[in-house]
Structures are given as structure tokens and as C-alpha cells.
Ligand binder design. Structure first.
Ligand SMILES: NC(=O)C1=CN([C@@H]2O[C@H](COP(=O)(O)OP(=O)(O)OC[C@H]3O[C@@H](n4cnc5c(N)ncnc54)[C@H](OP(=O)(O)O)[C@@H]3O)[C@@H](O)[C@H]2O)[C@@H](O)CC1
Ligand SMILES: [K+]
Length: 487
């Protein structure tokens, strides 16, 4: 059993694969073994989370997730914890494994109650796991709300109830209330699921822990993976600024120069050899006094053929006119914000983007920009972030970093990555420009496009995670805090 952190590299399996893995493992073991292991793992974990609990409330659902709950309740009761179970569902409709665990809970002396205890020190959510089929309602929803709004920690078995383990979508968001305050922990069993790390998954699951139930040697294909720590890249002593590449930031229409400067300064701090800034505002000053290293050029004077171009960044509609040239000549390319909107609105630009397939091209849309490129809407994108990012990557032959809670990095072929660094403090203007600049620097340093994007996204989120609480996180400060890709 271990905790998932930003350093964890791991495969993620969808519900279908998890069921296949469970079936194969169950066949190789005596009946009921997996559920007993699951219940024991949960009970041990519960004791570590709340060692002094006088009452543990276990809310059990009508399927095998509820079975894991009965089993955990039995184990806790046997270890001297007063355990109160509330349950949804009829005895005779329970799956066989769950029926066996229900009997064991009764034999162990677990208290079965109609309503939750008024006082408890730990709540165990065993209502729904990967079999969640619709929005929780009635007593189930009441209990989930009560847990979320209580002060005792909530331990979700396998998945938070009602969460789609494939997508992280929540059919009924019982966490939306401002009163939701409980510490949340999820113990994922057998496999780690992508929905725990994307969309609503992060908020619903809280801390994620994993127990493989002793089932090793999984042969199924993962649907995504957690990337783990970026590989450390060393700078050779005999290197020069040319070794780390040129980045050209093209953006900054009138009134938006700041976006381009943020991307430029992030690229510089992230280690690019030289950074050129081509502002689309003819009246913009040709020097940043605070960053004299940034070299200002007119967009039409830059030879993009040997450069990594970062485009978008406050480019407004003006960037659209330059995009045909950029798409056809940039050596490596990061497209963000206005560049993506320009492409979404123009089939000719889409054709030019597709024609770059095989070259280094990275798109960094937020969900609305992704929706425009896909011709769908934000709700649709958020309902299945993995699928949306993969669809975009395939459609345009590019690496796609779909930003948001659990940024998804997809490639045209190959397993996508879900990034686990970052937090809501990044939800402020300009942080996307900083990310685009960081990706640009990583591409300019000749990292492969997928690795460059994963690394930049990880570092960008990690900066926010390490940010001191008492210091405001602004995009400018974030750009200033970037560390070089290679050190
Ligand atoms: N077998 C084993 O040994 C092991 C099993 N494991 C555990 O099993 C879990 C998967 O079990 P599962 O397949 O039974 O699904 P589960 O999540 O319990 O729910 C299905 C039930 O809920 C019902 N239902 C659905 N939505 C509902 C709603 N909104 N409101 C009310 N009811 C709703 C649905 O009813 P129906 O849709 O048929 O009407 C059905 O009755 C997995 O997550 C893990 O915890 C692992 O520990 C490994 C060992
Ligand atoms: K659960």
C-alpha cells in the first residue's frame, strides 16, 4: 500500500480493464479472497487514519463496493473499534461475495443502523465503486453529503461514490457546498483509475492511496499513466547558448503585451539559449527594462526555420494573419490561446496544422479552446478529458496538453499522461502563458515533444505546489520562479 504523490509513476486502468484484471485474479484464488484482502486493507488503513476513533461509520451500497465495506467493518469491529454500518440495498440482491462479507460483519458484532451515528471519528464510503451507474440520490446522497460536511475524515473505498472512475465526472456533486470540509482520502484497490486524477476526481478523492490486493503481473494495457518525476537532465560543461535553442514568442496584440512577455520570461528562466519576442502591437516598447535579455524583433524579420515558436499569448485576432507563415516555417511550435482560437475558426489553418504532423507541435488548450477545436462544447470536453485530448492529438497530429484539474497530455499514438502536480492557485491570468513559454524552452532544449510537454506541465504545477502560502501566486512571479529544464 502506498500514497500517490507527484513523484509516483504508475499505470492507470479503466473500468473495463479493471474488471478483466479482477476476473483473472479471482479465478486464480480461492473464493472470496479478493474481498477479504480488500476489507483488511481498508481496515488497516482506517486504523492508521483514525487510531483513536471511538465510532467508525461505514456506509455500504448494494454491490461489491458495499461488500468491501462489510468486510472492513467486520475487521474493524474484531479489532475493538465500535463500527456502525448503514446500508442501501436488499440482502437477496447482494452479489455472493458481498453476502459472505455481510454475514461476517453480523457475526463480528457490527451494529447495523437505519441512520448514521450522530458522533463518529471516521466515515468509510463503501456505497459505490466502479459499478456506479447513475447519480446517487435519496438516502445515499444524504449520507454522502453528511460525510462531506462533517468534521471526521472520509475514507472512500476504491473510488468516491458516484465518481465515474474512467473520466472523473461526478453525476451528483455532493462536494459543491461551501460547507464541505472533511479531509478526504481514497484507497484505490487492485488498479489505479484515471478518473481519480482528472476533472472532479481530485476534489472527490482527496489523497489517493493504492493497494494492489497482492495481484501482481498485470498484463492489460493501461489507458493512461502518471508520469512520475521528470528525468534530471544535466548541462554539459562544454555547452553554449546555442545548445539550448532559440525561442521566439509571437503574440501580444495592443493591450496584451504582458502575455507575450510572461511567456518570454518563462522561456528564458526555463533555460532557453536565446529568447526573441515579436509583439503584434506596433506601438509596444522595444525593450523590457526588467528583462533586458529578451530580444525584441518585428515578427516579419525573424527566421523561424531554426526556432521554437511560442504563439498565441495575447495575440488577439492579429496573430491569425501570421499563422500560415508560422505553421509552415517554425522548426518546433507551441500553440496557445488566440493561436488555437484562430485555427479553430479557419479550416485552411487546420489543414496547415495537420500538415505539420510528424514535426514538433504542441497545443496547450484549456477546455473551451479544446471545445472550439473539436467543434463541441466545454461540458462535453470535461465529461471525458482523456478522450477529448486524444481526439485532438489524433486529429491534428500534435501533442496536446489539455489544461485543467489533472492536465491531460496526449499524443497521436501512445498512452496519454495525466499530470498530478498543480492546484487551484494556478487559476489566475497569465499562468497559461508561462506554461507555453516553459514548453517552448523544453522543446528548444531538444527534448522529444511528449517528454518536453510532460516535463513542463509537471514543473509548472510543482512550482505552484511548492509556492509559499503567504506569497501571492501571480503569473509574473511564477515565470520568475521557473528553473531550467537542464541544469
Ligand atoms: N468482487 C470482488 O471480490 C472485489 C470487488 N471489489 C470492489 O467491488 C467494486 C465493484 O463492485 P460492483 O461491480 O458490484 O459495483 P458497485 O460499485 O458496488 O455498484 C454496483 C451496484 O450499485 C448499484 N448502483 C449503481 N449506481 C447506483 C446509484 N447511483 N444508486 C444506487 N445504486 C446504484 C447497482 O445497481 P443497478 O445499477 O444494477 O441497479 C449495483 O447493485 C469495486 O469498486 C471494489 O470496491 C474489489 O475490491 C476487488 C474485489
Ligand atoms: K466508494
Amino acid at each position: 500500500m502506498f500514497r500517490i504523490t507527484s513523484a509516483t509513476a504508475a499505470d492507470l486502468f479503466d473500468i473495463a480493464a479493471t474488471r478483466r484484471i479482477e476476473e483473472t485474479a479471482a479465478k486464480a484464488l480461492p473464493p472470496h479472497t479478493l474481498m477479504q484482502r480488500a476489507g483488511l486493507a481498508v481496515a488497516r488503513f482506517a486504523m492508521a487514519v483514525a487510531p483513536h476513533a471511538r465510532v467508525v461509520w461505514v456506509a455500504c451500497g448494494p454491490g461489491n463496493n458495499g461488500g468491501d465495506g462489510f468486510e472492513a467493518a467486520a475487521q474493524l469491529q474484531r479489532r475493538g473499534f465500535r463500527t456502525v454500518a448503514t446500508r442501501i440495498g436488499d440482502d437477496d440482491r447482494l452479489p455472493a461475495d458481498a453476502q459472505a462479507s455481510l454475514r461476517r460483519a453480523r457475526e463480528a458484532g457490527v451494529t447495523f443502523a437505519e441512520a448514521p451515528p450522530t458522533q463518529y471519528e471516521l466515515a468509510v464510503d463503501a456505497l459505490l465503486g466502479i459499478g456506479s451507474a447513475r447519480a446517487p440520490s435519496g438516502a445515499m446522497l444524504d449520507w454522502l453529503r453528511r460525510m462531506a460536511e462533517g468534521t471526521a475524515p472520509v475514507l472512500s473505498i476504491d473510488t468516491p461514490s458516484g465518481l465515474d472512475a474512467d473520466t472523473g465526472a461526478m453525476a451528483a456533486n455532493y462536494l459543491q457546498a461551501d460547507s464541505a470540509q472533511a479531509r478526504r482520502i481514497c484507497l484505490s484497490l487492485l488498479t489505479l483509475k484515471p478518473g481519480l486524477f482528472s476533472a472532479h476526481g481530485r476534489d472527490a478523492a482527496g489523497e489517493v492511496w493504492f493497494d494492489d490486493l497482492g495481484v501482481a503481473g498485470i498484463v492489460d494495457s493501461p489507458v493512461a499513466r502518471l508520469p512520475g518525476l521528470p528525468a534530471a537532465t544535466r548541462r554539459h560543461h562544454a555547452s553554449h547558448k546555442g545548445s539550448y535553442g532559440d525561442v521566439a514568442v509571437i503574440g501580444g496584440a495592443p493591450g496584451m503585451a504582458g502575455a507575450a512577455l510572461l511567456a518570454g520570461s518563462a522561456a528564458l528562466n526555463a533555460g532557453a539559449g536565446r529568447v526573441f519576442v515579436a509583439l503584434l502591437d506596433p506601438g509596444a516598447p522595444a525593450l523590457d527594462q526588467l528583462r533586458p535579455e529578451l530580444m525584441f524583433r518585428r515578427p516579419d524579420t525573424l527566421d523561424l526555420s531554426g526556432m521554437t515558436v511560442v504563439s498565441g499569448c495575447g495575440g488577439g485576432a492579429a496573430v491569425g494573419e501570421l499563422l500560415p507563415h508560422i505553421l509552415q516555417t517554425a522548426d518546433a511550435l507551441v500553440l496557445d490561446a488566440d493561436a488555437l482560437n484562430g485555427i479553430a475558426a479557419d479550416p485552411a489553418l487546420q489543414k496547415l496544422l495537420k500538415a505539420r504532423s510528424g514535426l514538433s507541435t504542441v497545443l496547450t488548450p484549456h477546455p473551451l479552446e479544446a471545445a472550439r477545436l473539436l467543434g463541441s462544447n466545454t461540458g462535453e470536453v470535461q465529461r471525458n478529458r482523456l478522450a477529448a485530448a486524444q481526439d485532438l492529438a489524433k486529429r491534428f497530429g500534435a501533442i496536446v496538453a489539455l489544461k485543467g484539474s489533472g492536465t491531460v497530455i496526449a499524443q497521436p499514438d501512445g498512452t496519454p499522461v495525466i499530470n498530478v502536480t498543480g492546484n487551484a492557485r494556478l487559476a489566475t491570468a497569465g499562468t497559461g502563458d508561462v506554461l507555453a513559454g516553459m514548453v517552448g524552452a523544453a522543446l528548444a532544449a531538444r527534448l522529444a515533444p511528449m517528454a518536453a510537454t510532460c516535463e513542463a506541465v509537471w514543473r509548472h504545477g510543482d512550482l505552484a505546489d511548492q509556492w509559499p502560502e503567504e506569497i501571492p501566486l501571480t503569473a509574473g512571479a511564477l515565470a520568475g520562479g521557473c528553473l531550467p529544464v537542464a541544469r
